[in-house]
Design a protein around this ligand. Sequence first.
Ligand SMILES: [Mg+2]
Length: 319
Amino acid sequence: MPDPINTSEFALIDWIRRREDTRPAGAWARLGIGDDCAILSIGEPCEILVTTDMLMDGRHFRLERDGPDSVGYKAMGVNLSDIAAMAGIPRAAVVSVALPRNNAVKLAQGLHSGMSALAERFGVDLVGGDTNAWDGPLVINVTVLGQATARGAVRRSGARPGDIILVTGPLGGSLESGRHLRPEPRIAEALALHEAVPIHAMIDLSDGLSSDLTHILEESGDLGAILDAAAIPIHADALAMSHRDDRPALDHALHDGEDFELCLTVARDDADRLLAAPPAALRLHYVGEIVDAPGLRLRTEEGIRPLQPSGFDHFRPRG
Ligand SMILES: [Mg+2]
């Protein structure tokens, strides 16, 4: 049970601090919430990964429908997913919130409970942040700091022609079952893959396979990719959605966002080995290959045709 606290910001911070203090400190935290700054001690020199994501009520979630616990979980999860995309280890997080004045404390406690569920599982210390209340809707910003392994961080820019493209799970329809609110960060999977073979390029699938793979292609020097329609793993949610909206399930798998699986490219030999014996029993699916000729294409029984990336773009005008 939450302790009874009054509605002051200091009491809220104290409540969060006491909860955080009951958890064993992670590898980096020397001083958490309570001073002007947190202190992290990273030990051996290493590359530090920094990622941040801001989620807004009405845009990325609907507080009334989804509830604060799910919002907190998602806000932490999307950041951990970005650390996974670089094959890093998450270590610490700072969180800033603009809380609707009405019920601010209860809301903050709900957010904290969602966030700490993931933070605890992945050894992430919540070391600070900022709490504000206002008359606007909920806005939450999470920043996660992590560490690249000795093998270095995996970037989007290293794909090479001839590489095989793999994904770590079935895709599409995440809105159907609320999966978009419960991202499962593929941290362990990324680390196991990185340990097993050189990963040339990797990204987490937040905007949709067609969009996110296009980022890899562009960052790797305007390469192209041929996706194999018959090989794309289609999530049961995509099938369910397809029954309702009459859009092919394959389209959902290619273009829907927020699956938070990993998409990676590796040399053909390495792909063969990984697919024959995936490390740590993780799921791996072949989806296509990287080619020289720029642009995204789809191979079907009828042949090869251009594929327009059409995932989520926050700046696209809403029609
Ligand atoms: Mg990402």
